[in-house]
Design a protein around this ligand. Structure first.
Ligand SMILES: Cc1ncc(COP(=O)(O)O)c(C=O)c1O
Length: 322
């Protein structure tokens, strides 16, 4: 995340200049990875900016924080307001919004569950995680790095430390010239990408791994499942073998940052004819209409952001969320 590309960051109730959004170097989260976060997108629509499924993201943030014993001093509604306020203050559209829960005070020692729990929210210009043009299909490598079992690190929570695994897998795939890695679970079943869930299509049906494969239960994944079912497809959550993936008719990633990205090649296996397949395109078409605010049926997924009142104060403002 580049602080320079955003003006104001929300920190515990205050919108501060990006350059001043700092924490102590001995903070617990930096040393032990104990923090939880979200990635959320805000899109431009004919009715102004709208945040995609913000309440579901906030609910997941709160449950991740609970799992890691980080009692949040904010209600879900206050966190939604903080996100909306940050988005409005920065006026970046489309944006990628990053709320993060952390312990920012100096506190060395792993077993610290007492320090102050803080929330920060930033909004930065949105990019395509898998590169511009990823809608045409990406190349992915089956990673030598596997997902840790949830008995060790629960995939259910979106925690900072989980991304050590994504980091190693992602760089390994990039070194080999691939856009993304596909990680397997500890039993060798297909799990997910470094920052996306995965779907495959066989004989007209849509398949995706379930929580037993140590995946993050993605909000885009949930959206894809709903869209696919509404389109009349059968969606099955099950253990998926590498062989089922390599011989799939179609496959695609889903995630906030990646949106929906068809997979055209996996570890040198070309899927189908190497182009996005018809069912992938069908689902993508509806998804991309939803985020442009063009699908009234899914309007509840788009949370409108009212513009900030002008003129904007020059000194750090007290936020409406204390
Ligand atoms: C490991 C992992 N899996 C899946 C996803 C997709 O989740 P979502 O659709 O909620 O962004 C993400 C991104 O948050 C992720 O980091």
């Amino acid at each position: 995340m580049m602080a320079a590309s955003t003006k104001k960051i929300w920190m515990d109730g205050r919108l501060v200049d990006s350059a001043n959004a700092t924490v102590h170097v001995l903070n617990h989260t930096l040393h032990y990875g104990v923090g939880v976060f979200e990635g959320i997108r805000c899109y431009g629509t004919p009715n102004g900016p709208a945040i995609f499924r913000v309440r579901e993201h906030v609910r997941r943030l709160v449950s991740s924080a609970r799992l890691y014993r980080m009692p949040l001093p904010y209600t879900e509604e206050q966190i939604v307001q903080a996100i909306v306020e940050t988005q409005a203050a920065n006026e970046i559209v489309p944006s990628y919004i990053r709320p993060i829960v952390y312990r920012g005070e100096p506190a060395l020692g792993v077993k610290n569950s007492k320090g102050k729990v803080s929330l920060a929210v930033a909004a930065i210009p949105a990019k395509k995680y898998l590169g511009e043009g990823s809608e045409a299909g990406v190349r992915a490598k089956i990673s030598p790095y596997r997902k840790p079992h949830s008995d060790a690190i629960p995939s259910f929570a979106k925690a900072d430390g989980n991304y050590l695994n994504s980091y190693l897998a992602g760089l390994d795939a990039a070194d080999d010239g691939y856009e993304e890695a596909i990680l397997l679970d500890q039993n060798g079943y297909v799990a997910e990408g470094t920052g996306e869930n995965i779907f495959l299509v066989r004989n007209g049906n849509v398949y995706t791994p379930g929580l037993e494969s140590d995946i993050l239960l993605g909000i885009t994944r949930d959206s894809v499942i709903q869209i696919a079912k509404d389109l009349g497809y059968t969606v099955v959550e099950k253990l998926l073998s590498v062989n089922e993936l390599l011989t799939a008719d179609e496959a695609f990633f889903s995630g906030t940052y990646a949106e929906i990205a068809p997979i055209r090649e996996i570890s040198h296996f070309t899927l189908g004819d190497g182009r996005p397949g018809p069912i992938t395109r069908d689902i993508m078409q509806v998804f991309y209409r939803i985020i442009k605010g063009e699908e009234p049926k899914y309007a509840a997924w788009m949370h409108a952001v009212a513009p900030m009142p002008r003129p904007v104060a020059r000194t750090p403002r007290r936020s409406t969320v204390a």
